[in-house]
Design a protein around this ligand. Structure first.
Ligand SMILES: [Zn+2]
Ligand SMILES: [Zn+2]
Length: 402
């Protein structure tokens, strides 16, 4: 073998140029490790990090929050102060919670025909996205809206256009918008899976997907209660949307029978859908968090009522149990609930006094108007929402809907 000269480089080879180490490819977040993610909607009363602590104490490894009061246009700051965002990131990291899902304000109507309401909705949704990015959320869930008078296809166009406008001028982000299916109350868009799919297709190019709610599916007429019903619904989801585009499910039982088109959530396994159906749902291979059949990081989040202290903890436990993962569930703090007995009592007293006031008022009003219709929305929900803490910047009254 002829000897190779050690130095025979005459010309400069651009390949020899010093280059820094290539950027390592971002490792997927730990919550995408194939484990099932289970959580519940938690309250930001008293500060954003409280929601993380509550989720942790309730035995969750994922969570959903509001980033401001869900029933007010100006429900707190439109931007998150840097110091809060930093504390939130650190705490979330420490507790290993993910994904983080933000549910958008209920007043937002992306399909509103009335220009003022639509402009306001687009602005409010844009602010949701900005806050979502600041908090490092993976997903922002929004309802597609309701058209009122106009034709459904026109409403669909309005909703699509609103999402596009709200998504303009955002900082670089991995945040994804998820359109949620609805129960189909009134003229609400998104009760039909095909319609939701149509909207998603029109939004191609944006980071969008779907969040499907079991109670809404059922109320909209998809019989996920039976084995064959679940199979055909999953097939339809896959065809109309693509299961890989559904990283989040809202897991709620329904107070409303099949096809009732009203949105009323019930405790997991205690409603019209029932325990057996949830067991089947949460163990279905296509809904798992393991590729290729499932989707890594897939989350199942409850938005169930808290009628009594501990209902939140029990619903999370039910999800782990029905998923067959009771032994892998993070340990919940014994006795912890977002609704304390004292708060429940306070709410009950408020409802009572509001009722008295309204009854007194109703004596002076025509009998044709039912007193309940004149009560403020929140007071009709009994103990199902939480009292905001005095420290809270926002007032997250929790009526579990959405
Ligand atoms: Zn929902
Ligand atoms: Zn709902």
């Amino acid at each position: 073998m002829p000897e190779q000269p050690l130095t025979r480089v005459i010309e400069f080879d651009p390949e020899d140029e010093y280059r820094p180490e290539p950027e390592p490819e971002a490792a997927p977040p730990t919550w995408m490790d194939g484990s099932l993610r289970i959580g519940i909607h938690t309250s930001i009363a008293g500060g954003y990090t409280n929601a993380l602590d509550s989720a942790h104490k309730l035995g969750c490894n994922a969570l959903q929050i509001f980033s401001a009061s869900p029933r007010m246009w100006a429900g707190g700051p439109s931007r998150i102060p840097e110091v809060d965002a930093v504390a939130f990131h650190a705490r979330r990291q420490k507790l290993g919670l993910g994904p983080l899902v933000i549910h958008a304000n209920y007043l937002i109507n992306l399909a509103a025909q009335q220009p003022m309401l639509r402009t306001r909705s687009i602005q409010a949704f844009h602010d949701e996205l900005v806050r979502g990015i600041a908090l490092g959320a993976e997903f922002v869930v929004v309802h597609p809206g309701a058209c009122g008078e106009c034709k459904p296809d026109q409403a669909v166009r309005l909703a699509i256009d609103s999402v596009k406008q709200a998504s303009k001028n955002l900082p670089a982000t991995s945040l994804r918008i998820l359109l949620e299916n609805t129960a189909g109350m009134g003229t609400a868009l998104g009760a039909r899976l095909e319609e939701l799919g149509e909207m998603l297709s029109a939004l191609q190019g944006l980071e969008v997907g779907a969040c499907l709610d079991t109670a809404h599916l059922f109320a909209a007429g998809y019989d996920i209660r039976s084995e064959t019903g679940l199979a055909s619904t999953l097939e339809l989801i896959d065809r109309a949307i693509g299961l890989e585009r559904v990283p989040v499910f809202h897991v709620n039982d329904s107070k409303i029978p099949l096809g009732g088109r009203v949105d009323r959530h019930e405790h997991i396994g205690k409603g019209k859908i029932g325990a057996e159906a949830f067991r089947r749902f949460l163990t279905h291979p296509r809904l798992s968090a393991i590729a290729p059949e499932g989707l890594p990081g897939r989350a199942f989040l409850a938005e169930t009522p808290i009628d009594d202290p501990g209902d939140d903890r029990r619903n999370v436990a039910a999800l782990w149990e029905f998923a067959g993962l009771k032994d892998q569930a993070p340990e919940a703090e014994k006795g912890f609930s977002m609704l304390t007995a004292a708060a429940k009592k306070k709410v009950a007293q408020q409802v009572k006094s509001q009722r008295k006031t309204s009854q007194a008022a109703s004596r002076k009003m025509p009998a044709s108007v039912a007193p309940a219709d004149r009560l403020p929305r929140s007071s009709r929900s009994g103990g199902r929402f939480l009292q905001p803490s005095k420290k809270s910047p926002a007032k997250p009254k929790k009526r579990r809907r959405g």
